[in-house]
Design a protein around this ligand. Structure first.
Ligand code: GDP
Ligand code: MN
Length: 386
């Protein structure tokens, strides 16, 4: 789960990580109020969307007066902001963060992320933070500092110093930087984060460290024990079909192609998407109904796929193990009876109770195509939808 910058900064504040003075605003009048309470210029106005790259796309602006605050907020609130992270559709901006402007001497990069290879939490840092971090990382990968924190030990002072020396921080900042890292690590662990990123972490002209930007992602699988964090979810920032699918506990990701597919097991789903691409078509989604899916889950998955206007055909590929083929077939037939199936459906299934499953499908009166192998299924769906 992602949250907005202003929400991440509230959490930073709670953990003693310095952030600029400011607050979120949903209208230009609110933005002016916040600017008044900051008392001084410049102030920064920042579009709040769940994507980075706002600076380069015109979503971060400096204002030198209350009039400018109002006019910039008017321009940003309600705009459709397209950044390199939003995709071409962009995002509608509903709120802005209004903050005290900072005098920047240097922009650094700091993040924490789980590293599966070492089973550690990786602390990643760079001297070339800011808006060009991606280019800097690909140009000089050796300049990226990586420190691996064993979660059983927690973060050690020597690891903080290691990062501080790597960043060539002035000696006066090594203490505050180490404290900040300790706090950041505590936040990461307490809230079951999958990413905490500060880009840029700035050194101000009067030699203070401030988190100028803040990005936090949470591990969805741990959200059940963080009711307070779940309340920060902004459904408007998520794909409506994914929100719908999440209500049914379906593993669904919306994609750009035209072939909807429903599969049991994530590995099989990946293989089916490859098969669709090999046949010259593009998958419209990833959907793993899970090994132990019920007829109801199959029905809900089918409904979600059918409500996607991009979908021109559906490929169902089930290996009947715990989810038996007859259960799957009942789910498909139930769903098809309740909703108008306006696209061809190709079914390939194997495994437990496959004959019974085939019989249910054959006697349903539905217009279904059957396939004998994965390859056959991919080719059939590609040729039927053209
Ligand atoms: P992002 O582009 O979505 O990652 O948004 P950021 O919050 O990182 O802001 C983008 C850039 O705006 C930063 O890298 C800074 O260069 C600039 N910026 C943001 N806040 C300030 C500020 O208070 N003062 C100055 N001078 N620049 C700022
Ligand atoms: Mn940033």
């Amino acid at each position: 789960m992602k949250i907005h910058e202003y929400q991440a900064k509230h959490l930073f504040k709670k953990y003693g990580i310095p952030v600029p003075k400011g607050d979120v605003a949903a209208t230009p009048a609110d933005a002016v109020h916040v600017a008044e309470s900051i008392g001084g210029f410049p102030v920064v106005i920042k579009a709040q969307i769940h994507a980075g790259g706002r600076g380069k796309a015109g979503g971060v602006k400096l204002a030198q007066s209350l009039d400018e605050v109002r006019s910039i907020a008017e321009a940003i609130i309600g705009m459709n902001l397209v950044t390199h992270q939003t995709g071409p559709k962009g995002r509608n901006v509903k709120q802005v963060l209004v903050e005290q402007g900072q005098k920047i001497e240097k922009e650094l990069y700091v993040s924490l992320i789980p590293d599966r290879e070492t089973a550690c939490i990786a602390l990643i840092a760079s001297q070339s933070g800011g808006m060009d971090i991606e280019e800097a990382a690909s140009r000089d990968p050796e300049k990226i500092i990586k420190v691996y924190i064993n979660p059983l030990h927690g973060i050690h002072p020597f690891q903080c110093r290691q990062a501080a020396y790597g960043l060539q921080l002035p000696s006066s900042l090594i203490g505050p930087f180490s404290q900040m890292l300790k706090n950041l690590y505590q936040l990461f662990v307490d809230d079951d984060c999958s990413l905490v990123e500060i880009n840029p972490l700035i050194i101000t002209s009067d030699q203070r460290l401030i988190a100028l930007d803040a990005k936090i992602n949470f591990d969805d699988n741990a959200l059940f024990r963080h009711k307070d964090l779940t309340a920060l979810r902004d459904l408007d920032e998520e794909d409506p079909l994914e929100v719908e699918a999440s209500k049914y506990h379906l593993n669904y990701i919306n994609m750009d192609g035209t072939v909807g597919n429903m599969v049991n097991g994530a590995g099989l789903a990946m293989a089916v998407m490859d098969t669709i691409k090999l046949a010259g078509a593009e998958p419209a989604n990833f959907l793993d109904v899970g090994g132990g899916a019920t007829a109801e889950m199959v029905e809900n998955g089918f409904k979600v796929i059918l409500s996607d206007p991009k979908v021109k055909g559906i490929l169902i590929n089930i290996f009947g193990g715990i989810l038996r083929c007859d259960v799957l077939a009942k789910g498909v037939v139930e769903a098809a009876r309740k909703i108008n199936v306006h696209v061809p459906v190709i079914v390939r299934m194997e495994g437990t109770n496959v004959e019974e499953g085939r019989r249910i499908l054959a006697e349903s009166g539905l217009q279904l195509y059957t396939a004998v192998s994965m390859k056959d299924a991919g080719e059939k769906v590609a040729s039927i939808i053209g």
